[in-house]
Design a protein around this ligand. Structure first.
Ligand code: CMP
Length: 140
């Protein structure tokens, strides 16, 4: 089925100036950009977005990192977009990510891991609505 998923290119990858290289991987795999923006998250926005992790030991480091610089947020659309994006990203911990994945190639650590992608249809819908409320997402 045609799906939408939320992708965040995190502050580490934005700082490395590899937004375009990462977007090229999405496009090369047949995903289309249905919405996109560069945004500096506030602490409150980062805490809300990652609210599901608030009891985890890594939560503060995660929020600190996500507000450390601008992020590039996109809605990706295409056949099986959620799983396709996760395959392209590779494992959360770049040390465990398969060769040729975005995290293997661009990430430095489990915190500075270059990208976020929605993990399921329900979270994708929530995450897209969080960053792109209203009708600001374009099928094409
Ligand atoms: P992300 O897919 O953005 O979702 C939550 C983030 O928390 C994850 O990527 C990692 O960057 C970060 N994180 C740090 N430590 C852990 C951990 N032990 N397990 C999962 N995620 C972690």
């Amino acid at each position: 089925a045609i799906e939408r998923t939320l992708s965040i290119i995190k502050p580490d990858a934005v700082a490395k100036n590899v937004i375009g290289q990462i977007v090229a991987r999405f496009e090369g795999a047949g995903l289309k950009i249905a919405a996109a923006k560069l945004v500096q998250l506030s602490r409150q926005e980062a805490e809300t977005f990652y609210g599901v992790h608030k009891e985890r030991g890594f939560f503060k480091d995660l929020v600190d990192f996500m507000v450390s610089g601008p992020v590039f947020v996109q809605v990706l659309e295409g056949e099986g977009a959620i799983a396709k994006n996760r395959d392209l990203m590779g494992a959360t911990d770049p040390k465990k990510a398969e060769k040729g994945t975005i995290r293997a190639d661009f990430a430095d650590s489990i915190d500075a891991n270059a990208v976020h992608g929605s993990d399921a249809a329900e979270t994708a819908a929530q995450e897209i609505a969080f960053f792109f409320p209203g009708l600001n997402v374009y099928s094409r």
